[in-house]
Design a binder for this molecule. Structure first.
Ligand code: AMP
Length: 293
């Protein structure tokens, strides 16, 4: 495994590796603090491509809160060990001045439809502009055949898919299922910040989501009913819900009735961190007809 820090070194390395044969590159962008969820994306890329590139970059432009950025967990040595064990070929670890040299002024902006709702409503649309800008820059540097993203950050996946489509980026965007702890809590780099009590109560998030999914499977279609039941589960666990929304998986438009596969997206905040999660709700007639990864 080779670790590089500049886009020039990255290009030289990838050009040398692909000089003899036209090898296909699978790319996994991350902010580090790797966990099994990240590794599942690497495994998916490993299965489909001859070369796997991982990027580790805590992107300042997608943090609206400086405290969250500076306290974001970082562990370079451990990340590199996990990446090597998962079969990564090249790790790209730029620093902020490499990605945003003096005079950097360009950004990728999306319309409000996808970026003013859910996370955008809480974090501001600059969050998605910052994310989309860095993803485009990384894709241009790596030039992969496919890039792998987790469904855990569902809105991010929708936004990246739309950017790739709108700009005609020559890359396939692959969504991969969310990896979870035994009690259902979605793996996240931010989970390390939870206190023991918060960690225990956080299990109510997947409980609320799976409860909604089960109700929909049994024929419940009324979002008001689903919403109040899910909120009750979060409330009983003492979790402060930022939003609980039922949205169209492609357009992120809110729905009032579950007539087609719908994503239930949730964000809660605890004293120490924010947690987001989501679940696809599939009405009985659509069972077995949805694609993942
Ligand atoms: P991050 O380092 O948090 O920016 O995440 C990097 C990538 O890993 C993103 O595409 C995330 O959606 C994905 N990811 C994060 N948590 C999980 C998880 N629990 N399961 C699967 N993918 C995940």
């Amino acid at each position: 495994m080779k670790t590089v820090h500049t886009a020039t070194e990255l290009r030289e390395t990838l050009d040398a590796l692909t000089a003899q044969h036209d090898l296909s590159i699978g790319f996994v962008p991350t902010m580090g603090a790797l966990h099994e969820g990240h590794l599942s994306l690497i495994h998916a890329a490993r299965q489909a491509h001859e070369l796997v590139v991982l990027s580790i970059f805590v992107n300042p432009k997608q943090f609206e809160d400086g405290g969250d950025f500076s306290s974001y967990p970082r562990d370079e040595a451990r990340d590199l060990e996990l990446a090597r064990g998962a079969g990564v070929d090249v790790v790209f670890m730029p620093d902020a001045s490499e990605m945003y040299p003096p005079g950097f002024t360009t950004s990728v902006q999306l319309g409000p439809e996808l970026t003013s709702v859910l996370e955008g409503a809480v974090r501001g649309s600059e969050h998605f502009s910052g994310m989309a800008t860095v993803v485009c820059k990384l894709l241009l540097a790596v030039r992969p055949a496919a890039a792998y993203f987790g469904e855990k950050d569902f809105q991010q996946l929708v936004v990246v898919r739309r950017v790739a489509r709108d700009l005609g980026l020559p890359v396939r965007i692959i969504g991969c299922p969310t990896l979870r702890e035994a009690d259902g809590l979605a793996l996240s780099s931010r989970n390390v910040r939870l206190t023991t009590d918060e960690r225990r109560r956080a299990a109510a998030i997947p409980r609320a989501l799976t409860g909604a999914a089960a109700a929909v499977r049994q024929g419940e279609t009324d979002v008001t009913v689903l919403r109040s039941r899910a909120l009750q589960v979060l409330d009983e666990a003492g979790l402060d819900c930022e939003y609980l929304a039922f949205v169209n998986p492609d357009t992120l438009e809110a729905v009032t009735s579950i007539a087609a596969p719908t994503v239930c997206a949730v964000a809660v905040s605890t004293a120490s961190t924010r947690l987001i999660d989501n679940q696809l709700l599939t009405p009985p007639v659509f069972e077995g007809s949805t694609d993942v990864c």
